[in-house]
Design a protein around this ligand. Sequence first.
Ligand code: PHE
Length: 336
Amino acid sequence: TLKQHLAEVEAFSSTSKDEIEAFRIKYLGKKGLLNSFFAEFKNVPNGQKKEFGQAINQLKTSANEKVNTLKQAVENQSETQGKYGDLTRPGEPIEIGARHPISIVKNRIINIFSRIGFNVSEGPEIEDDWHNFTALNLPEYHPARDMQDTFFIQTDPDILLRTHTSSVQVRYMENNRPPIRTISPGRVYRNEAISARSHCFFHQVEGLYVDKDVSFADLKQTLQYFTSEMFGKSKIRLRPSYFPFTEPSAEVDVYWGLETETDYKMTKGTGWLEIMGCGMVDPNVLQNCGIDPEVYSGFAFGMGIDRIALLLHQIPDIRLLSENDIRFLDQFKSSL
Ligand code: PHE
């Protein structure tokens, strides 16, 4: 009946050109259903003509519309799939890497110090004796050289792998006049047994401030600013210490929220955690770098990035930082 045909027309759908054409012929072709209904029209009794006529017309409109929309859809599709492939396909996500925890912590430290006017300086990892030791008030045969187990280049005792980035500060002072405000991040090397807690290379950020009237109070306040930015609300404690290149020298301990057992272990149970060395730049060092200690004074500090990264991210073994295990690195995806 007409009603059934109308339902069939409305339900019809296809993306195949052939099927759509077959459908068109079936309804709208010369020998199609519609023409045969129109032919029947004259035999319909007068009383039913109106209703029958409306029904055929409705069927005709529906069939026409259906054929047109389906044809249009097929055409649009073949257009987008043509030259460029299917432009409507969803994109494939690009694998985004993660920053290394060392970089995350290093960038944070740089950011904190850049806000109070420190720039970033870098230098070579393969150093000479002068920049790593002698200029820093560590003459040959000075016992303090033993504090840092040094890798020497076999053929030349003057060439070594830097044991700290203080060498960069020497280079910076040789090439720049005060006021100097610079931090020197970088990799350093020491001939130590590799374990969960120490490695033969690690990373440091050292800072240097040289100007007229720089005082120990300036140093202390700078460190307080740094630790509260880095660790949140925290107390610091300065313990007298010794470094050949600073006088007086101190070791900086920080005390901050200890919530987990790992925190507790890493502080060896005291709650205070040693995070850096610091002091007022020894006048001999300024002199060695061509800066007049009668006019200028300065402070310096140095800290290990790896240790801070272990702490902040509760990493139990320092070796994880250099193994490049993707399962480890992946965990830092959300950090900048
Ligand atoms: N250079 C020292 C080290 O590697 C750290 C330090 C830097 C200490 C500056 C005092 C002043 O251990």
